[in-house]
Design a protein around this ligand. Structure first.
Ligand code: NIG
Ligand code: FE
Length: 407
């Protein structure tokens, strides 16, 4: 029996006097409620057996085993970070410094991390994942997707996903991250490895399959082959695409009806129209543009065209080493033409949409009791006060015990 109130098997928990609550439930019936975020004022949330059992006015709240008084603070669904690469060892701080001095980002840097990751012990990799998840949790994230992609051997990809699976059900096989150096002269042989023995070893530990579809990584034909093999093994597809330049990835994602395509830094009008038509979520990763000095894509353009937008961290040691969704929200507002409400929606409900989840990213009856409380009166402060540790409590989600043990 888990003794923590509000978690599965624990006592029920009433969180009350939430000054402003983002529910992402446009049906929330407060007068003047913001349509997108389903805002409520002086609200309360009852969490029972890990699930939301009731949402409404604090004055009408039901009884519970335990009560947490938010004393007017703002609350929102825990962030859903639908894109991260936490299975890595080493760092590339020097590469970042060189970039800030004018060197450009190249996909080849991935190989530096591959060497360090292969050399790491299982214990070191596990501790590394836990440490970053603890950072994320402290910044309000409750659901995280984790990709492999720095092992690039059958054994290293499988062990990474095995480790990640202990922390999250949202694991992604990214054997097609880059062609490793030992296959530099035989990329077709590497695709055979990825679609054959590597996929077979990875599939039991993964929910998704991803391909870095970009010049310098894998082309559209290779991506198609790899995603088809993944689908045959029961994995759902997603893509890294249009990160470093215009290319075929976004349209391929739309054509295949993928749930999400991530990066989307360089999109032409036909790409945007294809994503809107297909209902493929565009996951924007503003920390990458911050850290690589590529131009920020316009979230405004995508939203206005009817594309569903998610925001995620892409936490990785090369192109973007942040674990902070509040930071990404602030960037999306400042640099991508998104309103604070759109950015918060994208980092909660949008992330859930990118993972095909309806049980997270919203505070509605039956959804998971993943609730982030801010030491601030409004969600607006996430963008208004960039770089400030605003998260007061993160309830539910990422296994707190596993994460805490490694902190
Ligand atoms: O999402 N784009 C490909 N992969 C990562 C970067 C990996 C790295 O540079 O180590 C990304 O940006
Ligand atoms: Fe990525």
């Amino acid at each position: 029996m888990n003794a923590v109130a509000g978690t599965p098997g624990g006592p029920s928990l009433l969180v009350t006097h939430i000054g402003e609550l983002v529910t992402n439930d446009p049906g929330a019936d407060d007068p003047g409620a913001d349509d997108l975020l389903g805002l409520r004022t002086d609200a309360a949330v009852l969490i029972d057996d890990g699930l939301i059992a009731w949402v409404g006015d604090a004055a009408a709240a039901p009884a519970a085993d335990e009560v947490l008084d938010a004393a007017g603070r703002a609350g929102l669904p825990g962030f859903v970070d639908s894109h991260s690469h936490l299975l890595f060892a080493g760092d590339r701080a020097e590469e970042f410094a060189a970039r800030m001095a004018g060197t450009s980002y190249a996909a080849g840097g991935i190989r530096t991390t591959v060497a360090a990751t292969r050399a790491a012990t299982d214990e070191a990799l596990t501790a590394q994942v836990a440490r970053h998840l603890a950072e994320m949790r402290a910044q309000g994230t409750t659901t995280v997707e984790i990709k492999s992609g720095y092992g690039l051997t059958v054994a290293d990809e499988a062990r990474g996903l095995r480790i990640a699976r202990d922390f999250t059900s949202e694991t992604t096989f990214l054997g097609a991250h880059v062609v490793p150096v030992e296959y530099a002269e035989d990329p077709a042989g590497y695709v055979d490895l990825v679609t054959g023995p590597m996929l077979a070893a990875a599939a039991p530990h993964a929910r998704w399959i991803d391909v870095f579809c970009e010049r310098g990584a894998f082309d559209a034909d290779q991506a198609r082959t790899i995603l088809a093999a993944g689908a045959a093994a029961g994995l759902r597809g997603r893509l890294h695409a249009n990160q470093l330049g215009f290319g075929p990835g976004a349209q391929l994602a739309a054509e295949l009806g993928l749930i999400a395509v991530d990066h989307c830094t360089y999109l032409n009008d036909a790409d945007v129209a294809a994503l809107a038509e297909a209902g493929t979520v565009a996951t924007l990763l503003p920390g990458v543009e911050f850290s690589t000095k590529h131009p920020y894509p316009s979230g405004r353009r995508l939203i206005d065209a009817g594309v569903t937008v998610a925001i995620a961290s892409d936490c990785n040691p090369g192109s973007c080493y942040t674990s902070s969704l509040p930071f990404c929200i602030a960037l999306a507002v400042r640099e991508m033409g998104m309103t604070p409400a759109e950015a918060v929606w994208a980092a909660t409900a949008g992330g859930a949409a990118a993972l095909g989840r309806t049980d997270v990213g919203r505070l509605t009856v039956g959804a998971r009791g993943h609730l982030t409380l801010l030491d601030a009166p409004s969600y607006l402060h996430l963008a208004y006060r960039p770089g400030v540790p605003l998260v007061w409590r993160t309830l539910g989600g990422l296994p707190p015990s596993a994460v805490r043990d490694f902190r």
